[in-house]
Design a protein around this ligand. Structure first.
Ligand code: ANZ
Ligand code: ZN
Length: 818
């Protein structure tokens, strides 16, 4: 008997699959399509970690399952290859970012092959190759043509350590998401994409995403952050008006002050010649150094100063003092708010601190505000002290006051989004250059599409201080595409999230050198049917990809407006309850495990140990267990080698053992099929196959062997998506010359599921005393008769009087007797 030798088997089949191009995408148009995609990895210098192995294992089961179910499946892989670490390697170790990246890509690719995933490698690309970034640039120009890319002076988040601008999304708790340095504010000309134009659609279309985790949908919704309310104009005599955004126009009569953001453009005029002018100027300088987070954290101290100016209340005509404070942000709403301390928590804190009046104008419908000076009332209620609006309910008043303001030309309804335009400029080298030039005569001129790509220069110096691209004169100096005169190239590169916002389209037509992708190709495959990746991408990557898809839809380039039909966010891989990390010293390397046990064991363990969306605790005995199971499977087939070669067929009528095994087999087929297709519960699919294997081991030799043979054949096919190497080897040893991965998935026979007999429990006065089997279709009377005929029951009932017999078919019979 041969022992199970995973290493030999896996190398053999990985080579064979590559030679025969087994996983080349099937494009047979008569088949339904299925697009399975795992997020492409960043090729860091570290190689694969267990999280990668987990995503690929999940995606591979899905891809293989659908292939076996008669679908043409697109299952590609690539590398998200631009980004900072390559540049840091250049600075620290003097290697060119390109060489560093390509080397890592190659390494990761080799490691991915060792996992045994069924990718179509012909469609492989890295986003850093000119063939790809040429079209990232092409798409930027498309956005530009459609008025969706623009340049503006902006206060930006600047990371002094990485010396680059960061998107709002890349600032976490006031710190750089990559290096953890304190982020500061800086004014710079930057390129933006107008994602806010799509805010409403990005929000509304979330309703279509019924196969996404609710949590992710909620995160997207919050990020877009729609607020409905009103804008209200406060006139400042002899100055421009100030407009505020409020979600509570119903509290307008409760305004006791106004506040503008430190960056508000009118502030210098408001304080000119006033008592606090200098203090406020200092305060503004200080605030510019702080991040938005620090300023607005709910536990942050509210700090403000009276500007010395007053505005006119739009309805009462009263004088309202204007303040400046840290808790008002310039880039939300209008950068100015009306202070209503009686009904807003932040305003209340501010008013208490600076002794501003607290005026209640909303109260409970049938009550009063008990301690008005110390109470913030934010609930529903009815208006008072509000002139003609007294007696109205909150909602009614919101509408009435908004309308009234509109009639007077002092306001109206306003919707506000928390979502900001997407800042895509990076002052870094290792990204796609923004294809624009600056001409003294013509201004900003786009590079014509036929001149793409704008190649990254190689004659650059990495100092870690300035943008390396600015050190290449050959790159900088160019001629204007419009007038032919001297011009200078844009040196900003694009945020790498641009690269990953459209790679899933590119896979459908990866070799196209005319277009990012041809409509007839992309529309054959999109949407991605199952997208698998980490929860860390729940907001940005998915939001940007959705945005790109909508713009491409509007441009007529794709016929779907949402990219990902179903989304599976896999849990983390932990070790001893902690995230695997170098600093904890608890990292288990996938390559070591594959070396020791084989990829099939690693895959099986990963898929078996937890449902895919849950965290998975790596444990060595679990890995051993998976390895042992595969050994058991191996031996099961060895033992039945003769049978598998024979011509034996299942008998026409089955005995009890054969029927039981047949039923177990078909229950398993049903369970595995539904667990994969409807629930993505690979763990329970595996455990039901383990039960089947147990059942096959205890199957008596004298029982019908035709059924055993059938079960063996179907078992190995069902195991194939999970453990592709061992099953392929067994399949070959069974005498087949074609690949197991091309076999049709087994169907289950509903008739086989029907049980002839069921076991029921017999209770006496509610206590279990005995069990017996009855025909599954037996009537209540028949069941009762069978139970009463049992010798043990008769013994128990001796000398007792039966009061009542309760029969629950299929489950139990309870005899009440005393
Ligand atoms: C008066 C008021 C009274 C407010 C009241 C609330 C309750 P969301 O839901 O987040 O959109 N606000 C508006 N612009 C602001 C800015 N740039 N910086 C800081 N705060 C700002 O919240 C909208 C509310 O946040 C607005 O409604 C405004 O305060 C404040 F009983 O106006 B409200
Ligand atoms: Zn010009």
């Amino acid at each position: 008997m041969n022992a199970y030798q995973p290493r030999d088997i896996e190398t053999k089949w990985q080579q064979r699959w590559a030679e025969t191009q087994l996983y080349k995408t099937d494009e047979d148009p008569s088949k339904p399509k299925y697009y399975a995609l795992e997020q492409f990895p960043y090729p860091s210098g570290e190689g694969l970690h267990m999280g990668h192995t987990r995503v690929y294992s999940i995606g591979d089961v899905v891809a293989r399952f659908y292939r076996m179910n008669g679908y043409r499946v697109l299952h590609p892989m690539g590398a998200d290859a631009f980004g900072l670490p390559a540049e840091n390697a250049a600075i620290q170790r003097g290697v060119a970012p390109r060489d560093w990246t390509l080397k890592n890509m190659e390494r990761i690719r080799e490691e991915q092959k060792k996992v045994g995933a069924s990718y179509d490698w012909d469609r492989y690309f890295g986003s850093c190759t000119p063939d790809y970034y040429k079209f990232t640039q092409w798409l930027f120009l498309l956005f530009y043509e459609r008025g969706l890319a623009y340049r503006k002076q902006a206060m930006v988040n600047w990371c002094p350590t990485c010396s680059t601008v960061l998107a709002n999304e890349q600032v976490e708790d006031g710190k750089c998401w990559r290096c953890d340095a304190e982020v500061i504010k800086k004014e710079l000309e930057q390129w933006f994409l107008r994602i806010t134009d799509y805010a409403e659609r990005l929000l509304n279309d979330l309703d279509q995403l019924t196969e996404w985790p609710e949590r992710v949908v909620a995160m997207q919704r919050n990020w877009i952050g729609k607020s409905e309310g009103a804008h209200v104009t406060f006139v400042i005599p002899e100055l421009e008006d100030i407009t505020v955004f409020t979600t509570r126009p119903d509290t307008l009569y409760g305004v006791s002050y106004m506040v503008v953001a430190p960056e508000h453009p009118l502030l210098p005029q408001l304080i000119a010649g006033k008592e606090n002018e200098e203090v406020i100027q200092q305060f503004v300088t200080e605030m510019n150094k702080q991040s938005e987070m620090e300023r607005t954290a709910s536990d942050a101290d509210k700090i403000g100063y009276f500007t010395g100016s007053y505005a006119v209340h739009p309805l009462t005509g009263e004088q309202v003092p204007i303040w400046v404070a840290n808790y008002v942000l310039m880039d939300y709403g209008t950068g100015a708010v009306m202070g209503v301390p009686a009904h807003d928590e932040r305003d209340f804190q501010f008013a208490q601190k600076y002794s501003l009046p607290i005026r209640h104008v909303i109260k409970p419908v049938d009550g009063v505000i008990e301690n008005p000076d110390t109470t913030v009332y934010t609930d529903e209620g009815v208006l008072f002290e509000s002139g003609p609006f007294n007696g109205m309910l909150k909602q009614e008043a919101i509408t009435a006051i908004s309308l009234h303001l509109e009639e007077k030309g002092l306001g109206g309804k306003m919707t506000n989004y928390r979502l900001r335009d997407w800042l895509i400029s990076r002052q870094r080298y290792w990204g796609a250059p923004i294809p624009m030039v600056y001409c003294d005569d013509c201004g900003v001129v786009p590079v014509p599409k036929e001149e793409l790509p704008v190649q990254l220069p190689e004659d650059v110096v990495f100092t870690g201080k300035e943008n390396p691209i600015t050190t290449s004169r050959a790159f900088l100096e160019t001629s204007c595409p419009q007038c032919g005169g001297k011009a200078r190239r844009e040196t900003d590169t694009m945020d790498t999230f641009m690269d990953s916002s459209w790679y899933f389209f590119r896979f459908t037509d990866a070799a196209n050198d005319e277009l990012p992708f041809a409509p007839e190709k992309v529309n054959q495959w999109m949407q991605v049917d199952e997208y698998i990746g980490g929860i860390e991408h729940a907001i940005l990557h998915l939001l940007y990809s959705r945005f790109f898809t909508k713009v491409l839809y509007d441009a007529g380039m794709v016929n779907v407006s949402e990219p990902f039909k179903s989304l599976l966010t896999q849990g983390m891989v932990l070790k001893d309850g902690f995230k695997m990390s170098k600093s904890k010293g608890n990292v288990v390397s996938p390559l070591e495990i594959i070396d020791q046990y084989g990829a099939d064991t690693a895959r099986l363990f990963i898929l078996f140990a937890a449902p895919p969306d849950r965290d998975l605790d790596w444990n060595d005995s679990g890995v051993e267990g998976s390895y042992r199971f595969l050994g058991r499977v191996w031996r099961l087939f060895e033992q039945h080698h003769q049978l598998l070669q024979s011509e034996i067929q299942p008998a026409g009528s089955l005995d009890k053992d054969a029927k039981d095994l047949n039923r177990l087999l078909h229950q398993t087929i049903k369970k595995v099929t539904e667990d994969i297709k409807d629930r993505s519960q690979f763990n329970t699919a595996i455990s039901s196959m383990m039960e089947l294997v147990n059942g096959m081991y205890t199957y008596p030799e004298h029982a019908d062997q035709g059924i055993m043979k059938d079960a063996l054949q179907k078992l190995v096919i069902m195991l194939a998506p999970f453990v592709p190497h061992i099953t392929e080897e067994i399949w070959e040893q069974m005498g087949h010359t074609d690949s197991i991965h091309l076999q049709p998935w087994p169907n289950f026979n509903p008739d086989a599921l029907v049980q002839d007999e069921v076991e029921i429990v017999i209770q006496l006065n509610g206590k279990v005393k005995e069990r017996c089997t009855v025909p599954a279709k037996a009537s209540k009377e028949e069941i009762e008769t069978t139970v009463m005929d049992q010798p043990k029951v008769q013994g128990l009932l001796e000398g007792k009087t039966i009061r009542k017999v309760i029969v629950i078919p299929g489950r139990l019979v309870n005899i009440v007797a005393n």
